[in-house]
Design a protein around this ligand. Sequence first.
Ligand code: OOG
Ligand code: MG
Length: 258
Amino acid sequence: MDYKKYAQHLLDAEENIQETDQITRIFDHEFTEEEGYEIQKELIKMKEAKGQKIVAPKLGLTTMAKWDQMGVESPIYGYVFDYMLVENGGSFKFEDYIHPKVEPEIGLVLKEDLQGPGVTRQDVMDKLAYVVSCLEILDSRYIDYDFTLGDVIADNTSARGAIFGREMIHPDIVDLPEEEAILKVNGEVKVQGKGSSVLGHPADALVFLANRLGEEGKAVKAGEIIMTGGLTAAVHVDKGDEIEVTYSNLGTIKLTVK
Ligand code: OOG
Ligand code: MG
């Protein structure tokens, strides 16, 4: 299968800021999860060939809120790149995105590499260095965020932006399942969600990732901020919006859409 062809199609959509129909429909093929990851790998290689650098892997579709919203019920992973980062308190230009959505997430940082198989929640907790507040900015390349599992994996899990909180919080002072994020747009509460919504415990997102990457002989690396998946349904944002996420223990993230 010509994975590069599908990757190029998705890269063009991102670079031209032009939404596309699902590759499943365009190429009349039901892409499996495995095929989705093969396309994603080609997409990652194309980005790296342009000098773009991976910051960290990210998890997606780890909560029921997201499963209900997207109609896809399986955790997935993709990669955050350097060009996607926005600083806390900063802004992005609406015109640079197709149809941006934001979602609050809990970021986890390991002090040692972790590689499956057989990784457990306890292994993640033993190796956990920090917890960081995050806000992901999604921008699916697909019309109306309408995709199958294979489509969204191929599309690098809709990744387009990420903001990390300034403070690295010690895990001893955060109860991960109880940690709550409240997201406001222009002062109005839009969504709120707790860590427990992430597969029951945010550490389990890293269990999934470490075991999954382990199958390819890869580790989850120490020091990377890994987003564990939207705590809530994602929220569409518009030009001029002021977004603020308040976490119970992880601080605040602010973002303006210009
Ligand atoms: C897919 C990306 C999922 C998350 O945190 O659930 C994701 C999407 O919803 O477009 O990043
Ligand atoms: Mg996300």
